[in-house]
Design a protein around this ligand. Structure first.
Ligand code: SF4
Length: 626
């Protein structure tokens, strides 16, 4: 039996039917175990009980599958899978390891942690988590207390170290946490683009056809079929830009903030903005109005390469179409002044009257989110002592962790103090961050480095200990899809001696003397996250593995109804209670309060001499290629 749902943005809005599907004896309905998107799939087993193939569960709208998922078998049974713990036997920078037991691995790690703590203090130890830590239980139960969303691990907090860091520093935190929160008091986990009801979809710096999961791609395809217009703002002509009637707006990389300000300029000049909203619900409009005078379409053309007439016509379309949905992420974040550029796009949507309206950029109904128990999370022992706190105070405020950009300085220059031991989980630091050579030197200079992963990575060449982790096919856990909670059932037994990332850390916590702070079994995970939800793990199993809380109807313009603030008052959950075009949080921390434009530090305009020598602009990004 499976639910047949309609998937609306980040919300499961309604269940529209239940159908019964028989799978053969050698098939199992499951959740894809490769990445944290949690697509619903059907696994076919071979005669040895191994995964033979994986296909989308066509009975569910989350049954989409990407190329990575389709090729799960090759990933799970890859000849490169790590099968047992290993320790370094050759020089750093080589992959010369020898097999050891889990006991020896843990004994070595714990001994080193204590030694370095004694010599340099607990802050000389740190943990970095990459996208391999995005699994639901890991994120929900290891995230620092008081943080809205994080995949950073708290496991060294009780040990005394404030230093947890991760890959979110590259993109997610600016787009999904800081920019929306300092502007609107909300975060992207509680928002969605209403593609289903949009008449115009603006795909800005994102290529949904190459994203995992490809849900947005399918949603946009459906919208396009029913007549929604598509505009793609991107330096590259992507798949979506080639759709019939789609408009491609090529832009010089890193100048999106200037375009957003130019669009605001036109909307204000031509009095196309929502004046009542501005008067009642915003702060900073007058200063912003003065600032965007500098961004006339002709000026914007010179900065962005987008013709002035295109700036004008696009602004008019965004302001006058009934329902304009933005599709963004993994584009604007990778530039100088990214937070302000993203803020500028959010302000554009608000001024244009496209915020929290049908077909626009919407806030989710908070009642429609399955409640995960947050009791028992561990607070950072001292965020002010986290390395880099003085460099990135807002980042640390929102994440309870330090910005990974600081790691090379801490390791190589011992500033603000030395970090000597690093545990890396599900990450590939050298290939994720710019200037890979600096990161190689950083990892090489560590006194002790532990890599936890499924395969040897570029980083692993510098590891002293390597620990084998499972894919999500090899664990029991859970997923949450809006109002729905689903148990992730184990599909196969762990390969070799691999262990789940979650329990690799909880065992470390146990050996350090505080294992009671984290679940030590898969059942404990389920019991803990379900506490207070009204369901027990057995309730969920009895219901077939999936339960859903009752949902309420979508309401729009929530600031007018007291639906955005924790105190139930009208307005936004910002210090002023209004949408802050001029952000008081940014100002308080010494940043520009307005969404000012910053020219990329290395560009033909900012560095004309360099541009003569190196005329081509390299643009990278796109975290997944499916
Ligand atoms: S996006 Fe692809 S890899 Fe990730 S869960 Fe879905 S099918 Fe699997």
């Amino acid at each position: 039996m499976a639910y047949l749902e309609r998937y609306c943005g980040d919300n499961w809005q309604e269940t529209i039917g239940i159908i019964v599907v028989n799978t053969g004896n050698n098939e199992k309905r499951a959740i894809c175990g490769i990445c944290a998107a949690g697509c619903w799939i059907i696994v076919t087993y071979d005669n040895d009980g191994k995964i033979q193939s994986v296909r989308a569960d066509e009975t569910s709208s989350l049954g989409a599958i990407c190329k990575v998922g389709e090729n799960s078998r090759d990933i799970v049974y890859s000849k490169d899978r790590l099968l047992y713990p290993m320790k370094r036997k050759g020089p750093k920078g080589t992959y010369e390891f020898e097999r050891i037991t889990w006991d020896e691995a843990y004994e070595t790690i714990v001994k080193k942690l204590h030694q370095i703590k004694q010599e340099s203090g607990p802050e000389a130890t740190a943990i970095y988590t990459g996208s391999g830590s995005f699994e639901a239980a890991f994120c929900d139960l290891y995230q620092p207390e008081g943080v809205a969303v994080s995949s950073a691990a708290s496991v060294l907090f009780p040990f005394g170290s404030p230093n947890t860091l991760g890959v979110g520093a590259l993109c997610y935190v600016s787009f999904a946490m800081i920019a929306p929160h300092v502007t609107m008091g909300g975060m992207f986990i509680n928002m969605f683009s209403d593609i289903e009801n949009a008449k115009l979809i603006v795909i800005w710096g994102k290529n949904p056809a190459a994203h995992c999961p490809p849900h947005d791609f399918y949603r946009i395809e459906d919208a396009h079929r029913r007549g929604a217009q598509i505009v793609v703002i991107d330096p590259r002509k992507t798949v979506m830009a080639k759709y019939s009637n789609a408009e491609w707006v090529p832009i010089r990389p890193g100048t999106d903030g200037a375009l957003a300000l130019g669009l605001c300029n036109v909307i204000i000049e031509e009095e196309l903005y929502d004046e009542e909203f501005v008067q009642r619900w915003t702060v900073g409009f007058d200063d912003f109005n003065r600032y965007v005078q500098h961004f006339r379409p002709e000026v914007v053309e010179g900065i962005t390469g987008v013709p002035a007439e295109t700036v004008r016509s696009l602004a008019r379309r965004i302001a006058t179409t009934s329902g304009v949905a933005p599709v963004m992420y993994s584009g604007l974040e990778y530039s100088d002044g990214a937070v302000q550029a993203i803020r500028a796009t959010m302000i554009l949507w608000a001024l244009a009257g496209q915020l929290d309206v049908p077909g626009g950029f919407c806030f989710s109904m908070s009642q429609n989110k399955f409640p995960i128990n947050r009791e028992g999370l561990i607070p950072n022992p001292n965020t002010r002592k986290a390395a880099g706190y003085n460099n990135f105070p807002i980042y640390t405020k929102y994440r309870g962790e330090f910005h990974a950009n600081i790691l090379p300085e801490a390791v190589l220059k011992k500033k603000p103090y030395p970090i000597r031991l690093l545990i890396s989980l599900g990450a590939s630091i050298i290939t994720s961050w710019p200037q890979s050579d600096i990161w190689r030197k950083t990892l090489e200079a560590l006194d002790f480095f532990v890599c936890i992963d499924r395969q040897l990575t570029a980083d692993a060449a510098y590891a002293d200990i390597v620990l084998p982790a499972t894919t999500y096919y090899e664990i029991q856990s859970y997923m949450v899809y809006g109002s729905i909670f689903k148990i992730r059932e184990k599909v196969i037994e762990p390969i070799g001696e691999a262990r789940s990332d979650f329990f690799i850390l909880s065992e470390l916590a146990r050996l350090l003397g505080y294992g009671h702070l984290y679940p030590q079994t898969e059942e404990e995970i389920l019991s803990r996250v379900l506490k207070g939800s009204g369901f027990t793990p057995d309730d969920v199993r009895t219901a077939g593995g999936t339960v859903q809380i009752p949902t309420v109807m979508m309401q729009y313009k929530k600031w007018e109804k007291g639906l955005l603030r924790a105190d139930g008052q009208y307005g936004f959950e910002t210090p002023s209670g209004k949408l802050e075009i001029a952000s008081s949080i940014l100002e308080e921390h010494g940043y520009d309060s307005l969404p000012i434009y910053t020219e990329p530090g290395e560009s033909p305009l900012s560095q004309p001499r360099l541009a003569k020598q190196f005329p081509l602009v390299f643009n990278s990004g796109g975290p997944f290629k499916c």
